[in-house]
Ligand binder design. Structure first.
Ligand code: HEM
Length: 265
């Protein structure tokens, strides 16, 4: 049986190989590696699916406080279902990170196997720094959860309720992004996310066996387009808060005197 794999060497070259299925224990190792890559790709796809829905939900901030707060309240009303979804998300995240370390360790200790032919080309910066960009996105995520989900970093922003008694998520987001450092930090994190996702989505297709040149090119373009669209969709919120296109309920741009302390609130 002929199959192909690709790997990135420490020198930054992507090596694509077509190999005949090895025998004995090596066969088990190759199969385990392909299985791990497949799980890695599928968990990444699941996480990207979450990001798409999360971004679409966030964009409701442009519809005003009521729309965003109702959306957030409806999510909480899902009760046990929400916890099932959170559990699934956490499982995908743990699997994705765990497999990243596993595959990285395997790649470092890889022994040469029989090649029928070998093709080497320059690997992109994104492909050579997946562990770094992934780790930085994980650091961002830890801060993000402390910020918006647990309210640990800015408890004063987190405690607000709107006139209907719902958690005032709109106010929390607007006051949060009035802090310039936070807004810039989020935008930079979205850039890193786009870099990480663009290579992840592209290699997903390779893992699934897409190898013809036009299809690989199409997969790369789609991966870049989707990653950039996601990053812009997320980054639009801090950018529009900083440029006063998103304001608190009943507020006018001139009334926002000092962005860094929440416009005097
Ligand atoms: C500017 C960009 C973003 C904004 C404005 C934003 C906003 C929010 C808000 C307001 C919440 C809390 C919702 C609530 O409790 O009602 C939240 C939760 C969350 N966000 Fe984000 N988010 C952004 C980007 C991201 C990114 C890039 C990721 C992943 C890498 C992410 C992952 C999460 C997760 C996992 C939760 C917890 C969901 C839950 O509680 O079940 N967010 N986000």
């Amino acid at each position: 049986m002929i199959f192909s794999t690709s790997a990135t060497t420490a020198q930054g070259a992507t090596t694509t190989t077509a190999q005949s299925q090895p025998d004995g224990p090596l066969r088990g190792l190759v199969n385990a590696t392909i299985g791990a890559k497949l799980l890695m790709a599928l968990s990444g796809l699941g996480l990207a699916g979450f990001l798409l829905t999360h971004m679409a939900g966030n964009l409701q901030v442009f519809l005003g406080p009521e729309a965003l707060n109702i959306y957030a309240a409806k999510l909480k009303e899902l009760g046990p279902l929400l916890w099932v979804a959170r559990g699934g998300l956490l499982a995908m995240f743990v699997l994705h990170v765990g497999l990243a370390f596993h595959l990285d360790a395997l790649a470092r200790s890889a022994r040469p196997v029989r090649y029928e032919f070998e093709k080497t080309k320059r690997a992109s910066w994104a492909s050579r720094h997946m562990m770094l960009t992934g780790a930085l996105v994980a650091v961002f995520l830890a801060y993000h959860l402390l910020h918006f989900t647990l309210g640990a970093t800015h408890p004063d922003h987190f405690q607000g309720v709107d006139l209907a008694g719902r958690h005032d998520v709109h106010r929390m987001v607007v006051l949060g992004f009035r802090n310039k450092f936070l807004a810039v930090g989020y935008v930079l994190a979205m850039g890193l996310l786009a870099v990480h996702l663009s290579h992840g989505l592209e290699s997903l297709w390779r893992t699934l066996g897409v190898s013809s040149k036009p299809l690989v090119q199409l997969a790369r373009r789609l991966a870049i387009a989707l990653s950039v669209a996601l990053a812009f969709g997320f980054a639009a919120v801090p950018i529009c808060v900083q440029t006063k296109l998103i304001l608190l309920e009943g507020e006018s741009p001139g009334a926002v005197a000092n962005m860094d302390n929440g416009g005097g609130r």
